[in-house]
Design a binder for this molecule. Structure first.
Ligand code: NAD
Ligand code: GLY
Length: 369
C-alpha cells in the first residue's frame, strides 16, 4: 500500500452548504492561506491552553496579522472541560465586543476543540469556528463531525450542541511534542475506524503500528487521512446520529463509565475507549457474535499500541452499570451498545439485555480492590 504523499491531503466533509475541508500535512501552521479564506469577518478569538500556547500560539498568530485577534488560554485538563472554562471564553468575546461575524479558532486537543466549538455554537446563537487540532486524537476524531460540548460531574459530554467547523487543519508536525501516552490514546480512535467498517485499515494498522508509534510522518499522515475519510463518510450519511453515526461510539459506553467513574483526567479518553473496545469485543464474543481469533487480534493490537486492556479494579459491576445508564447512548431508558461481529463489522445493539450484561460484568471484571 503506497502511503507517501508529498502534498497535504485534502478531503471534504460533505454536508451540503455546511461542507468543509480537512487539510492534513506537515508544517501547515506556517501556511495561513486556507485559514484566512475560512475566516468570515475581521474579529478572531483563538482559544488554546497553557500547554499548547507556548508551543504553537505564536505561529498561528503570525498567520492572523491584519485581523483583530484576542486569545483565551485555558487551564489544561479534562477536568476543566466545564462551565467555568466556557464562561471564560464568553467573557473574552463580550469584553472585546466581538460581533456575529467573528470567528473562533480552537488550537489544541479535543478538550479545547469541544469547548471552543460549543462556545461558537452558542455565542450570539452561533458563530463560525475553525479547528486546529494538535493531538492525534483530535486530528482523527474530535475536530471532525461537529460534536461540541462540556462534561457534567454526573456524565461525560452531557451538555453540548452539534456545530460544524468551517475548516479543519491538522498539522502533523505538532504531534512531535505530544507525549507517548497521548499518542497511544489517539491511536485508540484510529484502531476504532478499522474495527467499525474498515478491515483493510485494521490490517494496515497491524502491519504498521511500530512506525506509527515511532512517529513516522508519512505513516501518521496516512493514518489520519484514512481515519478522517472513514469518519467523514459516516458523518455525511448521519450528521445528527439518528442511526449509523452511533457506530462511532464503539467502546464509548464502557469507556465513558471508566472516565466518569475514575474522575475526569485520571484515565485519558483514548485509553478508556481502548479498554471499552476490548470490553465490547469480549462481550460480543461472549454473546457468540465475534470469533475468538478476531478478539485476539483486537487485544493484540491494543496491547501493541501501548493501551490498557483491563478496566480499573476499583469499578464494580454495579457502578459500571449505573454509570452506563447515565451515558447518553442510553435510548428510551435502555443501554445501547456498539458490538462487533468481527474486525471491520460493528453493529448497534439497541436492545441490550441489562441483566445479562450486569451478570457478565460481574463475572469478568476484576474484583473491586
Ligand atoms: P486533550 O485535549 O486533553 O489533550 C491531551 C493533552 O495533550 C493535554 O494536556 C494537551 O494540553 C496536550 N497537548 C495538546 N496538543 C499538544 C501538542 N501538540 N504537544 C504537546 N502537548 C499537547 O485530550 P485529547 O485526547 O486531544 O481529547 C480528548 C477530548 O476529546 C475528550 O474530552 C473527549 O471527550 C473529546 N472527544 C470529542 C469527540 C468529538 O467528536 N467531539 C471525539 C472524541 C473525543
Ligand atoms: N466521536 C463520536 C462522534 O463523533 O460521533
Amino acid at each position: 500500500m503506497t502511503i507517501l504523499s508529498p502534498k497535504p491531503y485534502r478531503l471534504t466533509v460533505d454536508l451540503g452548504e455546511r461542507s468543509y475541508p480537512i487539510i492534513i500535512g506537515s508544517e501547515l501552521l506556517a501556511q495561513g492561506e486556507a485559514l484566512r479564506t475560512a475566516i468570515a469577518g475581521r474579529q478572531v478569538l483563538v482559544v488554546t491552553n497553557t500547554t499548547v500556547a507556548p508551543l504553537y500560539l505564536h505561529r498561528l498568530l503570525q498567520q492572523l496579522q491584519g485581523y483583530t485577534v484576542a486569545t483565551v488560554t485555558l487551564a489544561d485538563g479534562e477536568q476543566y472541560k466545564e462551565w467555568q472554562s466556557l464562561n471564560t471564553i464568553f467573557d473574552a468575546l463580550l469584553e472585546h465586543h466581538f460581533n456575529r461575524d467573528c470567528t473562533l479558532i480552537a488550537l489544541g486537543g479535543g478538550v479545547v476543540g469541544d469547548m471552543t466549538g460549543f462556545a461558537a455554537a452558542s455565542y450570539q446563537r452561533g458563530v463560525p469556528f475553525i479547528q486546529i487540532p494538535t493531538t492525534l486524537l483530535a486530528q482523527v476524531d474530535s475536530s471532525v463531525g461537529g460534536k461540541t460540548g462540556i462534561n457534567h460531574p454526573l456524565g461525560k459530554n452531557m451538555i453540548g450542541a452539534f456545530h460544524q467547523p468551517r475548516l479543519v487543519v491538522a498539522d502533523t508536525a505538532t504531534l512531535n511534542t505530544l507525549d507517548d501516552r497521548q499518542l497511544a490514546a489517539g491511536l485508540a480512535e484510529v484502531v476504532k475506524y478499522g474495527l467499525i467498517n474498515d478491515p483493510d485499515f485494521f490490517l494496515w494498522l497491524e502491519q504498521n503500528i511500530e512506525p506509527l508509534l515511532s512517529r513516522s510522518p508519512d505513516h501518521l499522515a496516512y493514518a489520519i487521512e484514512r481515519s478522517c475519510r472513514d469518519k467523514a463518510a459516516i458523518v455525511a450519511a448521519d450528521e445528527r446520529e439518528g442511526g449509523q453515526r452511533a457506530l462511532l461510539n464503539l467502546g464509548h459506553t464502557f469507556g465513558h463509565a471508566i472516565e466518569t467513574g475514575m474522575g475526569y483526567g485520571s484515565w485519558l479518553h483514548g485509553e478508556a475507549v481502548a479498554t471499552g473496545m476490548v470490553l465490547a469485543g469480549r462481550y460480543s464474543h461472549h454473546l457468540g457474535k465475534m470469533a475468538h481469533s478476531d478478539l485476539q487480534r483486537l487485544e493484540a493490537l491494543t496491547a501493541r499500541a501501548g493501551l490498557p486492556l483491563e478496566p480499573p479494579a476499583t469499578l464494580s459491576a454495579e457502578r459500571f452499570m449505573a454509570l452506563m445508564a447515565v451515558d447518553k447512548k442510553v435510548e428510551q431508558g435502555r443501554i445501547r451498545l456498539v458490538l462487533l461481529r468481527g474486525i471491520g463489522d460493528a453493529y448497534i445493539d439497541g436492545a441490550v439485555d441489562e441483566g445479562a450484561l450486569a451478570a457478565w460484568l460481574q463475572e469478568t471484571l476484576p474484583s473491586p480492590a
